[in-house]
Design a protein around this ligand. Structure first.
Ligand SMILES: [Zn+2]
Length: 413
């Protein structure tokens, strides 16, 4: 918690209590969101040096006006260092929460992509879970997720739109939406049995991306030098209440944190960019065939519904073998251990072999960024060491702040 010289928390105790709940509470918190999303692979714990993870208010020697995020970051880290708190040793993420009134920030939240900092203006200390989920998503290395629109189901016809994918908290997905399979793959939150890298033609049964239990949750298909990731979404716990069906995402240069939804709606009578949507708008219905002729790839949705979908993948022009009868499952399905949807009774640990240790995908701050690979190192090298910042203008409106980033990034470290 930060106080400016001209603006402070009116009731620090009340704000502190609200922040403890927003970040670390049992329900509706940053922690509960990522616990459910990662099925326990990554969690947030209160850092030492504060009360329940909340430190301050720290009085920093700057006025609120202008919302200088770089200066806030510098002064806050200096103050923490003076208290003997070291990045990487005492904490891995630094979320700067401050009274937003006089600061007049143009964002509802700001997060460093692949870094550990977030900036969160507030009134009385209450912070929306969606804002925290989104900004910490940037910390995990996710960019804003958009959609490509295709003139047909031929993938060579797809073009960038700059519109939200609406399938993730990083793409205007709305309240309680999870993240997409490519983002899960980026963070290594799916084992290699849950996200199968397809190397030859086969027919696969997908289960929903979220929920406990065994089964295949994502297909990762080579398309030339790109990848096509296929997932099935459906309500599970507090996630994806408003989402269902099969989706495909294009991944370029192995940047799974910067995937694009494949939108084959020719008429472009798509849903508005944010707000409530039909749960299965943009989903690939049974019979849909995505093709890439140059790379001889064909992906066909054979069946979709009731928490399960069948997808046939043809590589190098080799037809996908027909699926074995359910009672004698063979081939690709047999590798997944089970083709049944989540029962909820499975042993969660047993179902998650191959997933990296807790926090394995997290970065510890600036010093480690160059070594984390994937999106974060790329982004950092692109901006010559500056922090890459993206802002959410509100809970559901996600706006790019690339421009602003360049200038504030220079001060951010
Ligand atoms: Zn953002």
């Amino acid at each position: 918690m930060l106080n400016f010289t001209d603006s402070s928390f009116p009731d620090p105790a009340k704000a502190k209590s609200a922040l403890q709940k927003s970040y670390f509470g049992k329900d509706n918190s940053l922690t509960s969101y990522y616990n459910e999303l990662t099925r326990g692979a990554t969690t947030f714990k209160p850092a030492s040096g504060g009360e329940g993870g909340v430190i301050g208010p720290i009085n920093i020697d700057m006025s609120a006006a202008g919302c200088d995020t770089g200066k806030m970051n510098g002064l806050t880290q200096k103050a923490l260092s003076d208290q003997g708190l070291t990045w990487g040793k005492n904490f891995d993420h630094l979320s700067m929460v401050f009274p937003g009134g006089k600061a007049g920030c143009s964002f509802g939240g700001l997060g460093a992509v692949g870094g550990g900092q977030t900036w969160v203006p507030t009134g009385d200390g209450s912070v929306d879970q969606t804002v925290l989920a989104h900004e910490f998503g940037h910390n995990f290395g996710y960019m804003h997720q958009n959609r490509i629109r295709c003139a047909s189901t031929d993938l060579s016809t797809c073009k960038d739109t700059g519109e939200n994918s609406r399938k993730t908290v990083m793409g205007g997905g709305g309240l309680g939406v999870g993240i997409t399979a490519p983002e899960q793959i980026h963070s290594k939150w799916l084992s290699d049995k849950e996200a199968v890298k397809v190397t030859k033609s086969g027919t696969y049964t997908l289960r929903s991306l979220y929920g406990s239990g065994k089964g295949l949750r994502a297909l990762d298909i080579p398309v030339g030098s790109d990848r096509l990731v296929v997932e099935l979404r459906g309500a599970s716990g507090t996630l994806d209440k408003n989402l269902k069906g099969v989706h495909a995402y294009r991944v370029q240069n192995n940047r799974y944190g910067d995937a694009r939804l494949v939108d084959t709606d020719r008429n472009a009578d798509h849903q508005p960019d944010s707000g409530p949507a039909n749960a299965d708008s943009d989903s690939l219905k049974a019979g849909t065939k995505l093709t890439d002729k140059a790379n001889k790839v064909e992906v066909k949705v054979v069946k979709s519904g009731s928490g399960q979908a069948t997808v046939a993948v043809s590589l190098d022009g080799v037809p996908a073998p027909a699926q074995a009868a359910p009672s004698t499952a063979e081939g690709p399905e047999a590798q997944t251990g089970s083709s049944t949807p989540a029962s909820g009774a499975e042993d969660e640990t047993g179902a998650r072999d191959g997933v990296r240790a807790k926090g394995g995908a997290e970065t510890k701050g600036g010093a480690d960024l160059a070594a984390t690979g994937g999106d974060s190192s790329t982004m950092w090298s692109l901006t010559a060491g500056g922090v890459v910042l993206f802002a959410a203008g509100g809970a559901f409106v996600v706006r790019s702040r690339r421009k602003r980033t360049a200038s504030s990034g220079a001060h951010a470290r």
